[in-house]
Write a protein that binds this ligand. Structure first.
Ligand SMILES: Nc1ncnc2c1ncn2[C@@H]1O[C@H](COP(=O)(O)OP(=O)(O)O)[C@@H](O)[C@H]1O
Ligand SMILES: [Mg+2]
Length: 361
């Protein structure tokens, strides 16, 4: 079956909604899958190179677009339809970790060449999900690695939230990275997936995002929401600069950041910190929100300020709390302000909120 047929079949089954932008990208993937299946790779990229036939290697593909547009879904459909090439499909982040591990192990003058030969021996079609370059260590080797992979007859297909020109934007030593962008543009077809819908949000919208109380079951739901919104990323520590100070983000991935209530409202943070968070992330996961006690004045004030800041910025909130918004605040305290916070918290879990804030971003 071709990729486009497989796509249409899923639409017919009702598993996917029809989407012309996806169909256009599926057609491009379909052609590539057909070309690959019709011409299985030669045994040795080195021979290919000696014979000067390097240009015969099919072009790879670079699919970019906003989150939730179906890039990963389409790439997986493609991977399943390529049968004649030894293939590997891996998340870009995991791929780079593997590359760095090999680098340590192999060493030597031509370590990049050695890594590429090892990888080519395993797979000649390399599908990398979610290429993003945030790390200088990755930025400094990815170009040479990519060239060495192609030299060894490896075709790369990748998805990314960014077009090639935006990769590693404002990164350190970016000029050393630019040749890689040129190589992407000359050896990969670059296509953008311009669907109008964020299908992932569709899934979230049907779910509750202010979870209470903090039962084991709700904890699982909270973690599932993280998985859904980050494509299963474990998340990494991140550091934001706020007025010359450093604010540690314990876990971040894909525009999502996760904190405990204690970390955001139990410490001496203020509006600039909350604002910095809204600038860096579109979604905040907040666990451990307690029923506030009358003596927790500072925590209560910070919580109110923080929700106001998130609200103004259109930030999406996933919370795991001990009680409903109405029952979080002590009676007769901060009555006016807490009423506003309660109402905002309710609005922030509405379908419209999740849809709207996506439109702004
Ligand atoms: N046409 C569609 N109809 C229904 N659901 C879709 C459609 N396209 C994608 N999805 C679903 O939406 C979610 C997000 O898609 P995904 O491929 O992960 O997006 P991306 O990789 O672009 O962020 C997935 O669960 C996917 O199965
Ligand atoms: Mg994806």
């Amino acid at each position: 079956m071709t990729v486009i047929d497989a796509y249409r079949e899923r639409v017919r089954d009702g598993a996917l909604k029809p989407d012309p932008a996806q169909e256009a990208v599926a057609a491009v993937l379909s052609r590539l899958a057909d070309d690959l299946n019709a011409a299985p790779p030669g045994r040795d990229g080195f021979v290919r190179r000696l014979l000067g036939r390097r240009n015969e290697l099919p072009k790879g593909l670079y699919i970019h677009g906003e989150v939730g547009r179906g890039k990963t879904m389409l790439m997986d459909l493609f991977v399943s339809q390529v049968t004649a090439w030894p293939k590997q499909r891996i998340h870009f982040h995991a791929f780079m970790q593997d590359v760095h591990a090999r680098r340590q192990r192999l060493g030597g003058d031509d370590v990049i060449g050695s890594i590429a030969r090892e990888l080519a021996a395993q797979a000649r079609l390399l599908c990398l999900d979610e290429m993003q370059i945030v790390d200088i260590a990755d930025a400094m080797i990815i170009g040479r690695l990519y060239d060495a992979l192609r030299g060894n007859g490896v075709v790369v297909v990748t998805t990314s939230n960014l077009p090639p020109r935006e990769l590693y934007k404002d990164g350190l030593n970016r000029q050393l990275f630019l040749p890689f962008i040129e190589r992407i543009e000359s050896t990969m077809n670059v296509v953008s997936l311009d669907s109008q819908r964020d299908y992932r949000l569709g899934r979230i919208r049907a779910r509750e995002t202010f979870l209470h109380p903090a039962t084991a079951e709700n904890r699982v739901a909270f973690n599932e929401l993280w998985r859904d919104l980050t494509d299963g990323a474990a998340g990494k520590v991140d550091v934001l600069e706020v007025l010359g100070r450093k604010l540690t983000v314990p876990k971040a991935a894909h525009g999502c950041a996760s904190f405990t209530f204690q970390e955001l409202c139990g410490e001496a943070l203020g509006p600039p910190d909350y604002l910095a968070i809204t600038r860096a992330y579109r979604t905040v996961f907040l666990s451990g929100v307690p029923k506030l006690k009358a003596h927790q004045r500072n925590e209560t004030k910070r919580f109110i300020l923080m929700i106001d800041t998130f609200y103004d910025a259109g930030t999406r909130l996933v919370a795991l709390a001990d009680a409903t918004p109405e029952n979080l605040f002590p009676k007769n305290q901060h009555a006016f302000e807490s009423r506003r916070t309660v109402s905002r918290l309710k609005e922030m879990q509405s379908a419209g909120w999740w849809g709207n804030s996506a439109a702004i971003l």
